[in-house]
Design a protein around this ligand. Structure first.
Ligand code: ATP
Ligand code: MG
Ligand code: MG
Length: 549
């Protein structure tokens, strides 16, 4: 909706375009294919692809595939599906950092030739010791002054597989006493015999992220390389690498704050733990903050994009309330989801004077006649929601009570004449009568305020209805490093009920969204729902904010 909201990155881009530094922009979204994308990635996608769209530029999708043991093709596929589902298309072909392995190797040789990189065979413990700490400068490795010839020979033999995994590394020669630890001769290549999803067993050395990322950006002609704040301290290394190799392009890195959401987690590693430990049904479990989980929950791409717009882009760290996401989703669904009736917890109603009762047609949406109409059947045996009846009503009760009247949505005014109880005193059935003169018009001489939804029992279809609550019981489940975040899982995050729905939804395809009047927004499950067969609905969000406390 409407114009984009400005932010500090847009201000920078506006300046770069105005000054002629760039004539158009190129951004990129660079996920590692080591898990499914989550809501934090959605923010980054909306930012990078959104900028490209608004400025008539380009956004690349590049896989940062430099950790072969953690990466797989399923993850890479899911990431592409998620980006497209969110409504974005990348520039040209998908890119892979592994496409640049040869170039990255050649640039490393260039650094060695310039005396700016060396092979080091200190043990990892020695490396750590030499590196120093935040308060203590590091010390030069005894291998720092190896000759160029020796470094070239060792690096070539690292590549040729002559040394064991971890036996040595290639390091950039920068400054062991820099206050920025990232500049204390960072490792840029390591030996790792791991099968890579794209290069197979061709390589047994792999470049490190910081070294790979800046060069990949430059090779692709990225103008604005946008990442999260934890990379701010890596920016000097990003610039050092590009300043010291022969490459015509030097992208600029800008950092913004990560998205974090209350009552959930935004770390692929922890989400993977939930999947592996079967705390959820999979990456796309509707309780997961993954893009595929949100999709299966019934969130819309438009709603998620609106959420990203509302939270904005800045450098200040804050944790966002789930209510902001749910508000954006609800507002989107309100405008377009057809409205039908469903019953989650049925109470049987027998109409004692149903003879001659009529059915009526009703619009699927009050403001969208183009969504059409359906018949709302009426008959002697109905279901209403059990909590729409109270024998002893609390003050202000607008629903049904003994002797009281309500309007059945899209149908008659009905009075409750008798509550039938079982041996335990529980109300199991209501005997009610309708005013035959109230179909589509107000009753004479009295006002009936309450409206409740209902279903005709013989026409209703059974459906599995899945109701969700927050996944964790505390706002910041991973705040305490000493406590496993899984101890905060909400045991009641999923409730499955056998409910009833209008026959009008019988043939709905998977991923069809509805408002069930008064109950919330629901979507037919992407995996388990069968049109015309087993009906399965997930509650996307309630009609009102149930998070505010
Ligand atoms: P995780 O810690 O969950 O593994 P990551 O940053 O390692 O996340 P990547 O696949 O490297 O995951 O991320 C791709 C892009 O998404 C990066 O540019 C990263 O900055 C961005 N991103 C990741 N998490 C968030 C977040 N919570 N908020 C905003 N952007 C994020
Ligand atoms: Mg990463
Ligand atoms: Mg990561």
């Amino acid at each position: 909706s409407a114009a984009p909201v400005s932010n500090f990155i847009r201000t920078i881009i506006d300046g770069d375009l105005a000054s002629g530094k760039h004539s158009s922009i190129v951004t990129r979204f660079p996920p590692e294919p080591n898990g499914y994308l989550h809501v934090g990635h959605a923010k980054s996608i909306c930012l990078n692809f959104g900028l490209a769209k608004d400025y008539n530029g380009k956004c690349n999708l590049r896989f940062d595939d430099t950790n072969p043991e953690k990466e797989n093709a399923e993850y890479a596929q899911s990431i592409q599906d998620d980006v497209r589902w969110l409504g974005f298309q990348w520039n040209g072909e998908v890119r892979w950092a592994s496409d640049y392995f040869d170039a990255l190797y050649d640039f490393a040789v260039e650094l060695i030739n310039k005396g700016l990189a060396y092979v080091d065979d200190l043990t990892p413990e020695q490396m750590r010791e030499y590196r120093g700490t935040l308060t203590q400068p590091g010390r030069n490795s005894p291998n720092r002054d190896r000759s160029v010839a020796e470094n070239l020979d060792l690096f070539r033999r690292m590549k040729a597989g002559e040394f064991a995994d971890g036996a040595m590394v290639l390091r950039a020669k920068i400054d062991m006493s820099s206050p920025n630890i990232n500049l204390r001769d960072p490792v840029i290549y390591r030996i790792k015999r791991a099968h890579h999803i794209r290069t197979g067993d061709k390589w047994c050395i792999y470049p490190m992220y910081d070294y790979t990322h800046c060069i990949s950006d430059a090779l692709e002609g990225i103008t604005h390389s946008i990442c999260t704040l934890e990379f701010e301290d890596h920016r000097p290394l990003y610039d050092w690498v590009l300043d010291n190799i022969t490459i015509p392009c030097h992208p600029r890195q800008y950092e913004f704050s990560r998205l974090e959401l209350h009552y959930t987690i935004t770390s692929k590693r922890k989400l993977l733990q939930l999947v592996n430990e079967k705390k959820v049904s999979g990456w796309d479990d509707p309780r997961m903050p993954t893009i595929s989980g949100m999709r299966r929950r019934g969130y819309t791409p438009e709603g998620i994009r609106e959420f990203a717009k509302r939270i904005g882009v800045s450098k200040s760290e804050n944790i966002v309330d789930m209510a902001i996401m749910e508000g954006a989703i609800r507002e989107d669904l309100e405008l377009r989801a057809p409205r039908v009736m469903a019953i989650i917890n049925p109470l049987k109603v027998t109409i004692t004077n149903a003879d001659g009762a009529q059915t009526r047609e009703a619009d699927f949406h009050p403001n969208m006649p183009e969504l059409g109409k359906r018949v709302v059947p009426f008959s002697k045996d109905l279901f209403i929601e059990a909590d729409d009846f109270a024998e002893v009503p609390p003050a202000g009760w607008k629903r049904l009570t003994l002797g009281g009247e309500i309007r059945l949505r899209h149908s008659y005014v009905m009075r409750c004449d008798e509550a039938v109880k079982d041996a335990t005193g529980k109300v199991v059935e209501l005997k009610c009568s309708i005013d035959h003169d109230t179909l589509g018009k107000n009753p004479e001489g009295r006002k009936v305020k309450g409206v409740i939804h209902f279903l005709s029992k013989e026409h209703a279809l059974p459906a599995e209805i899945r109701l969700y609550d927050r996944l964790f019981t505390v706002p910041e489940p991973d705040a305490d490093r000493d406590v496993d975040f899984c101890t905060h899982l909400n045991p009641a995050s999923l409730t499955v009920v056998q409910g009833w729905v209008e026959a009008a939804v019988r043939d709905a395809a998977p991923e069809t969204r509805y408002q069930f009047e008064r109950l919330g927004y629901f979507v037919t499950d992407r995996r388990d729902h069968q049109p015309g067969g087993k009906l399965v609905f997930n509650r996307t969000v309630t009609l009102r904010d149930s998070w505010a406390k």
